[in-house]
Ligand binder design. Structure first.
Ligand SMILES: Nc1nc2c(c(=O)[nH]1)N[C@H]1C(S)=C(S)[C@@H](COP(=O)(O)OP(=O)(O)OC[C@H]3O[C@@H](n4cnc5c(=O)[nH]c(N)nc54)[C@H](O)[C@@H]3O)O[C@H]1N2
Ligand SMILES: Nc1nc2c(c(=O)[nH]1)N[C@H]1C(S)=C(S)[C@@H](COP(=O)(O)OP(=O)(O)OC[C@H]3O[C@@H](n4cnc5c(=O)[nH]c(N)nc54)[C@H](O)[C@@H]3O)O[C@H]1N2
Ligand SMILES: [Mo]
Length: 789
C-alpha cells in the first residue's frame, strides 16, 4: 500500500514544549503548575510524575518530564475548583450530558459532597457525616461480597496497602483495578511463565540492547520519556522495530527535549528501522512465524532451553504444525518479511521486546504475551544484560498497587503473610475483577461501589449499562480529584470524597509525609508534592482510608488506622513485614535518591513457577482467529436480502476496529481535541487508509457509522464519525477511546486474564448518506463535542 506523508513536526521537540506550556495556560495552572513541573521526577525529592509508569533516568537533573506529564500535571494543578458553588449551579441530570472534556475542565474537587435526590444536586456534607453514612451502609449489607472496591493505578503505595487491608478486614476480595483492563494478560502470563508478572529489564538494559521490538505501543504519545532511551539505543546501533497496524508518526521523527543543541539545530531522529504493519490481532501469528523459522533453522538457544525451561516439546510440535499460509493470513505479513525479522532476532546477542495495549487488549491477549515470552525464552533472552521482557505499564503506580496487595485473585502467600502480620483471618475466596464486577453490578447483585480514583464505568466496556446499574445501588463512594462520568449516575447514596493529589503537600501532626510508587521496571521511589493543596478541606488518600476503616470497622481490630494516617512510616513498617522484597522499607527508600529495585528472581534465572523452570506456553486460539472471525461475519452479512451494498454496488465488507489514545487525553480525562501526530483536531474520527477510502468510493471527511454485533447478537452503533486518512493496515480502522466504549461488551474478553478486547472488534461501516432516517438530528459537529463523560 501507498505510504501517506508523515507529520511534519518531530515528536517532542519545540511543538511538544509549546503544546505543554499552552496547556498549563489553558488550565490556569501556570503558577502552580510550572513550579510543580520542575519538581517532577527529580533526584533528591520532588514527586513521581502522575502520568505514565516509564522509569526516571538515574542521573537527570534537568526536565525529566514530557508533554503528557505536563498535561497531567496541568490538569491536577489547575486553580479552578468544582466546589459547592459549582454543584449548586448544575443538576446532576444536566451534568450527565457534559462531555469528558467539559467535566475534566470543571475543576478540582475541593470539598466532600453527597447527592441530594430532592434537588438532583450534589450538596456539601461534612467528612464525619460522610464516613458515618458510608459505615452505616456498608455495615447493613447481607455480605461484604455485596460491595465492590475499585482502584485506579494513580493511587500510590501507602494508600493502596491500607485500602486492601481495610477491604480484606471488612471481608471481601472484591478488588478490581484498572490493571484488569490494561496489562492483566502480562501479569497473568509472565507470572505463569517466568514466576513474576513484571518486566525483567531495567533501564540500563536499553543501553546494551542490540535489537528492540516494540509491539502494539505508541510511546511518542503515551510514554514520551521512552523516546529518549530509544534515541540513545538507536544511536549506538541498536535496531528498533515497531509492530503496529498504524504507522505511529511520533516515532518517525524525534527531537530530544533533553538536548538543547538538538532542539536548536532542528535535528530529528527517525527512531524506527522498520515497521511491521500487522493486521489487528495478528501478533500471535507473526510471532509464530518468527519462532517457527528460528526453530526450523537451528537458531534457538538449546543450552538455555535445556537448562532453564519446561514445555519446549509441546511448543516445538505446535510450531511445526503451523502453516506459513495460516501465519500470513493471521498476521497480514508476507513470509519474506517475517523471515527478515527472524534473521534479525537470530543475529542479535541482546533483544528486548516491549509491549503495550496493542498486545494485551484482545481476546487473544494472553496468547500474545505468551508468544512474546516464548520467543525470548527460545533465544535465552531472559537474565542477560541488554535483553528481556519490557511490558510498558500505563498508570504511574498501577504496578505498585498490585504489589501492595490490591488484587481480586490474591495468592495464598500474600494472604498468609497478611494474617501473620495482622493476626486476623483474611477472606480466601477470589473476588470480582473489572468485568465480573461490572456484570454483577448489572445483574443487581451488588449494593455498594467504592472507588479509589479512576472512572470505572466510562473506562469499561458496556459503559451505559454500568452507569445505569450504579443508579440501583445503596451506596457509591468516589475518592477522587476530578469529576467524571461514573459519579453522575447516583444510587441511593452517592458520596464524593476529594483527595490531595500527587503534586500537593501532605502535612500531618507528624510533619510532611511522602508516599512511594513503583515504576514499570520495579523501581520503588519516594514522591512528595510541593504545592499547597487546592483547598484546606482535602484529605490525603491515606487519611480517607484510615477514616473509612475507623468508621466501618469500629474498634473490631487492633490496628492503628489513625496513627497510620498521621505517620506514613508506620504503614511502610507494616509493608516491610507483609510484602516480599520490602525489608527495611523506610530505610532503603530514603537511602538513595531513586530508591531501590525490587528483587526480580527471573532476572537472575530463578524461576518461581509451578515447575521451577521458565515455562513455554502453547497459544489457546488459532493464529487465524481474527481472520476467521472476519470471514464468517462477512459471509453472514452478505447472505440474504439484508446485505448492504456500497456505492460501487459491492457487497459490504467487515473491518477490524481498534481503539487508541491521543496525546490530548490521559485515559478518560480529555484535555483537548487535537492529535498533532495524527493530524486531527477532533476526536469523533474514524482512521482508515486512503487507498481503502478510495477503493470504497468514499472520501475523507465523509461521515460514517459503525455497527458491531456482540456475541449475544445485540447491535451496538456509534457515529457519525468523520473519515480521516491514516497509514493503517488494510481491513483495519481505528477510533479514540473512551468515546467508543459502548461498542464493546463485557463478554468479549481473554480467557485467563479476562481483559476486554478493546483493540479488536469486528465491525460494519456505513456511509451516513446511505443510512436512512437514523441520525438526521446529529451532525458530526455535534459529535465533536459529544465526548461521553
Ligand atoms: N498521553 C497519554 N499517555 C498515556 C495514557 C493516555 O491516555 N494518554 N494512558 C496511560 C495508560 S493507562 C496506558 S495503559 C498506556 C497505553 O499506552 P499504549 O499501549 O501505547 O496505548 P494505546 O494508544 O492504547 O495503543 C497502543 C498501540 O497499539 C496499536 N495497536 C492496536 N491494535 C493492535 C494490534 O492488534 N497489534 C499491535 N501490534 N498493535 C496494535 C495502536 O495502533 C497503538 O499505536 O499509556 C499511558 N500513557
Ligand atoms: N476502549 C478502550 N477502553 C479502555 C482502554 C483502551 O485502550 N480502549 N484502556 C484501558 C486502560 S489501559 C486503563 S488503565 C483504563 C483506565 O481506567 P481508570 O484508571 O479508571 O480511568 P482514568 O481515566 O485514568 O481515571 C481518571 C479519574 O481518576 C481520578 N484521579 C486522578 N488522579 C487521582 C488521584 O491522584 N487520586 C485519586 N483518588 N483519584 C484520582 C479523577 O477523578 C479522574 O477523573 O481504561 C481502560 N479502557
Ligand atoms: Mo492502562
Amino acid at each position: 500500500m501507498r505510504k501517506i506523508p508523515i507529520y511534519a513536526h518531530p515528536a517532542a521537540g519545540w511543538p511538544a514544549l509549546v503544546a505543554s506550556t499552552r496547556k498549563l495556560m489553558d488550565y490556569k495552572a501556570f503558577l502552580r503548575g510550572s513550579m510543580s513541573v520542575l519538581m517532577s521526577n527529580q533526584p533528591n525529592g520532588g514527586f513521581d510524575c502522575p502520568g505514565c509508569a516509564w522509569p526516571d533516568h538515574k542521573t537527570h537533573k534537568t526536565l525529566d518530564v514530557c508533554e503528557t506529564g505536563f498535561k497531567v500535571i496541568a490538569s491536577e494543578t489547575m486553580s479552578t475548583k468544582a466546589d459547592a458553588a459549582f454543584f449548586a449551579k448544575h443538576t446532576v441530570t444536566a451534568l450527565q450530558s457534559w462531555t469528558g472534556y467539559e467535566l475534566e475542565h470543571s475543576g478540582r474537587l475541593s470539598e466532600p459532597m453527597a447527592y441530594d435526590a430532592a434537588q438532583d444536586r450534589y450538596v456539601p456534607i461534612s467528612w464525619d457525616a460522610a464516613f458515618e453514612r458510608i459505615a452505616s451502609q456498608l455495615n447493613q449489607l447481607d455480605s461484604p461480597d455485596e460491595a465492590l472496591f475499585y482502584t485506579s493505578g494513580r493511587v500510590t503505595n501507602e494508600p493502596a496497602f491500607l485500602y486492601q487491608l481495610f477491604v480484606r478486614l471488612y471481608g471481601t476480595n472484591n478488588m478490581p483495578d484498572c490493571s484488569n483492563m490494561c496489562h492483566e494478560p502480562t501479569s497473568v502470563m509472565l507470572g505463569r511463565q517466568l514466576g513474576v508478572g513484571k518486566a525483567t529489564v531495567m533501564l540500563e538494559d536499553f543501553e546494551r540492547a542490540r535489537l528492540i521490538i516494540m509491539f502494539g505501543q505508541n510511546p511518542a504519545t503515551n510514554h514520551p520519556r521512552m523516546l529518549e532511551m530509544l534515541a540513545h539505543a538507536h544511536k549506538q546501533g541498536c535496531k528498533i522495530l515497531s509492530v503496529n497496524p498504524m504507522r505511529e508518526q511520533g516515532l518517525s521523527a524525534f527531537r530530544n527535549p533533553q538536548k538543547p543543541t538538538h532542539m536548536a539545530a532542528g535535528q530529528s531522529d527517525d527512531l524506527v528501522d522498520d515497521m511491521i504493519q500487522i493486521q489487528i490481532g495478528g501478533d500471535a501469528a507473526l510471532l509464530t512465524g518468527i519462532a517457527k523459522w528460528l526453530l526450523e533453522n537451528d537458531k534457538i538457544n538449546t543450552d538455555f532451553i535445556a537448562e532453564h525451561t519446561s514445555g519446549f516439546e509441546a511448543l516445538q510440535q505446535w510450531l511445526i504444525e503451523q502453516s506459513w499460509a495460516d501465519i500470513e493470513r493471521g498476521s497480514g505479513i508476507d513470509q519474506a518479511q517475517i523471515i527478515e525479522v527472524a534473521r534479525l532476532v537470530a543475529d542479535s546477542p541482546a533483544t528486548i521486546c516491549t509491549w503495550g495495549m496493542g498486545i494485551t487488549q484482545h481476546v487473544q491477549g494472553d496468547d500474545n504475551v505468551a508468544m512474546i515470552t516464548n520467543l525470548l525464552l527460545l533465544m535465552g533472552m531472559i537474565g542477560i544484560e541488554g535483553a528481556g521482557a519490557s511490558p510498558v505499564r500505563g498508570h504511574s503506580n498501577v504496578q505498585g498497587d498490585r504489589t501492595m496487595g490490591v488484587h481480586e485473585r490474591p495468592d495464598k502467600k500474600l494472604l498468609d503473610s497478611l494474617e501473620r502480620v495482622f493476626k486476623q483471618p483474611m477472606p480466601r475466596e477470589d473476588g470480582f475483577d473489572v468485568v465480573a464486577g461490572a456484570k454483577a453490578l448489572i445483574a443487581g447483585k451488588l449494593k455498594a461501589f467504592v472507588s479509589m480514583g479512576g472512572n470505572y464505568a466510562v473506562a469499561a466496556p458496556d459503559m451505559s449499562a454500568i452507569q445505569q446499574a450504579l443508579t440501583t445501588t445503596e451506596l457509591n463512594v468516589f475518592v477522587a480529584t476530578k469529576l467524571n462520568g461514573t459519579m453522575l449516575h447516583p444510587g441511593a447514596n452517592n458520596i464524593i470524597l476529594p483527595c490531595i493529589s500527587r503534586t500537593e503537600k501532605i502535612i500531618t501532626s507528624k510533619g510532611e509525609q511522602f508516599v512511594t510508587t513503583e515504576d514499570s521496571m520495579c523501581q520503588i521511589a519516594r514522591s512528595k508534592g510541593n504545592l499547597k493543596p487546592i483547598s484546606d478541606t482535602l484529605k490525603s488518600e491515606v487519611q480517607i482510608v484510615a477514616d473509612m476503616a475507623t468508621h466501618v470497622l469500629g474498634g473490631k481490630f487492633d490496628i492503628p488506622w489513625q496513627k497510620m494516617g498521621e505517620d506514613f512510616d508506620i504503614i511502610r513498617d507494616y509493608v516491610a513485614q507483609a510484602i516480599d522484597g520490602f525489608e527495611n522499607f523506610n530505610y532503603r527508600v530514603r537511602a538513595a535518591d531513586r530508591g531501590f529495585h525490587l528483587y526480580h528472581p527471573a532476572r537472575h534465572r530463578v524461576w518461581n513457577t509451578d515447575s521451577k523452570k521458565a515455562q513455554f506456553e502453547v497459544p489457546k486460539y488459532p493464529i487465524t482467529f481474527v481472520a476467521e472471525q472476519m470471514q464468517s461475519k462477512t459471509s453472514a452479512l452478505n447472505k440474504g436480502a439484508n446485505s448492504i451494498i456500497d456505492s460501487q454496488n459491492r457487497k459490504q465488507q467487515v473491518w477490524q476496529l481498534t481503539s487508541v489514545r491521543s496525546h490530548d487525553q490521559f485515559n478518560t480525562m480529555i484535555f483537548g481535541y487535537k492529535d498533532r501526530y495524527r493530524q486531527t483536531d477532533r476526536r469523533d474520527v474514524l482512521f482508515m487508509h486512503p487507498d481503502e477510502i478510495s477503493r470504497l468510493g468514499w472520501s475523507k471527511g465523509d461521515k460514517v457509522q459503525i455497527t458491531r454485533e456482540t456475541s449475544s447478537g445485540e447491535k451496538r452503533v456509534l457515529g457519525p464519525l468523520v473519515l480521516t486518512e491514516m497509514d493503517i493496515a488494510a481491513n483495519a480502522v481505528a477510533t479514540y477511546y473512551p468515546e467508543c466504549n459502548d461498542l464493546f461488551d463485557l463478554d468479549t474478553q481473554a480467557p485467563d486474564s479476562h481483559i476486554p478486547a478493546y483493540k479488536s472488534a469486528t465491525v460494519v461501516l456505513e456511509k451516513m448518506a446511505m443510512i436512512q432516517q437514523t441520525s438526521k438530528d446529529k451532525t458530526a459537529e455535534d459529535m465533536s463535542l459529544a465526548v461521553p463523560a
